[in-house]
Design a protein around this ligand. Structure first.
Ligand code: PLP
Length: 401
């Protein structure tokens, strides 16, 4: 007899991006030349000075448990970033460090949700939020944020979604999968609503903050409305900005009571993240930032090429992302059409399957992000692959009738 799993496991599903990546691997193993636009991590290598810091940490014997809330060096590096980017000065008891932003977000929910507490999740959303809420006994309250609203939560929709049971609102800016980001004014409008509901906290996921295509820096709620400081939990990490997805370091900045609760959980779950990865992350945050600028320049040119090609395809359109490395493409106009073999493309998922089977282009359907009628392209691949993939997508669309 197999293991009887707990209800919390039965409530959740594995990440659709992981499932898509697995499908691509299977097709490649069958010898098919699949162009993979599903990837959710940078295609660059971790910078050498970051690797060198990790090697030095090993040489220096920094190979033991660290404080639960992270090494002093990493906390100092995070404070450095908060001061530089947000003008925030922040005490140690406001910072927690974990095994990726994903783990920090999970622990924040675990530390605060009781059964049936609600978490407002604007859609399109990062695939993990609803399942993380469900795994922690909460109820995801998904709020549709249409393209006409820039894929962003409006104050009206926020107000209408808040109940006595609301514990959190999650704001991912710039967002995965859309690349949409809130302006300072938009954040202040949301803050006005939140100020009237003191029981609601806001988790801002700013993991793509450095991958930014607009002038200046992406605004953050933590600084846009100082009256919310104690109710905002800002999460970030080094995975995307420094091509360090495998090092597993993320952090959260919030009220001392929340941070203490997260640290209590972490002390019983993992004790601390890897000491070596923490040394590497500290070097990434305090060292030369040229790497980030170079990556953003490359992502920007890939974004521009992809957008031009996609927007030239009849039936598809895409709002330019302000940050991140994804394009969220509207495919509503191709739904209802027929493939050359006579099958009707009824949904975004069927369209992405058609792209994979007829042209060997792998993308992720919008339904995975709570927003059917779209699909996500990742620019974390070369311009040649992106160009070839867009040409194949154009061929697939032209063959529909
Ligand atoms: N938040 C968003 C919006 C993401 O897209 C991802 C990764 O895909 C994460 C968080 C997780 O980041 P980390 O590698 O730090 O766990």
């Amino acid at each position: 007899m197999g293991t009887t799993t707990a209800q919390r496991v039965r409530r959740i599903k594995p990440s659709p991006s992981t499932a898509a990546a697995q499908r691509v691997r299977e097709l490649k193993a069958q010898g098919l030349a699949v162009l993979d636009l599903t990837v959710g991590e940078p295609d660059f290598d971790t910078p050498d000075h970051v690797k060198a810091a990790a090697i030095e940490a090993i040489r220096q014997g920094e190979t033991k448990y660290t404080p639960v809330s992270g090494t002093p060096a990493l906390r100092a590096a995070i404070k450095h970033k908060l001061a530089e980017r947000h003008g925030l000065s922040c005490s140690d008891d406001r910072i927690t460090v974990g095994g990726g932003a994903k783990q920090v977000i999970f622990l924040a929910l675990m530390a605060t949700l009781d059964a049936d507490d609600e978490v407002i999740i604007p859609a399109p959303y990062w695939v993990s939020y609803p399942d993380m809420v469900l795994a922690n006994d909460g109820t995801p309250v998904v709020v549709d944020c249409p393209e006409a609203d820039g894929f962003k939560l409006t104050p009206q929709r926020l107000e209408a979604s808040i109940t006595d049971r609301t514990r959190w609102v999650i704001l991912n800016t710039p967002g995965n999968p859309t690349g949409a980001a809130y302006t300072v004014d938009e954040l202040r409008e949301l803050a006005e609503v939140l100020l009237a509901h003191p029981h609601v906290q806001v988790l801002t996921d700013e993991i793509y903050d450095e991958i930014w295509y607009e002038p200046g820096q992406v605004p953050s709620l933590a600084t846009a409305e100082p009256r919310l400081t104690d109710r905002v939990f800002l999460t970030n990490g080094v995975s995307k900005s420094y091509a360090m997805t495998g090092w597993r370091i993320g952090y959260g900045v919030g009220s001392p009571s929340l941070v203490a609760a997260i640290n209590t959980l972490q002390s019983q779950i993992s004790s601390c993240p890897s000491s070596i990865s923490q040394a590497a992350a500290a070097a990434a945050l305090t060292g030369d930032q040229a790497f980030v600028r170079e990556c953003v320049a490359v992502y920007r040119s890939r974004r521009d090429v992809t957008l031009k090609l996609i927007n030239d395809i009849r039936g598809l359109s895409c709002t330019p992302p302000s940050g991140g490395f994804y394009a969220f493409v509207n495919c509503a106009d191709v739904l209802g059409k027929q493939t050359p073999t006579g099958e009707v493309i009824g949904t975004d998922e069927e369209f992405t399957r058609y792209l994979l089977e007829s042209q060997q282009v792998a993308v992720i359907h919008g339904g995975a992000y709570g927003t059917p009628g779209y699909f996500r392209i990742s620019f974390a691949t070369s311009t040649d692959v992106l160009t070839e993939a867009c040409e194949r997508i154009a061929r697939a669309c032209a063959a529909l009738y």
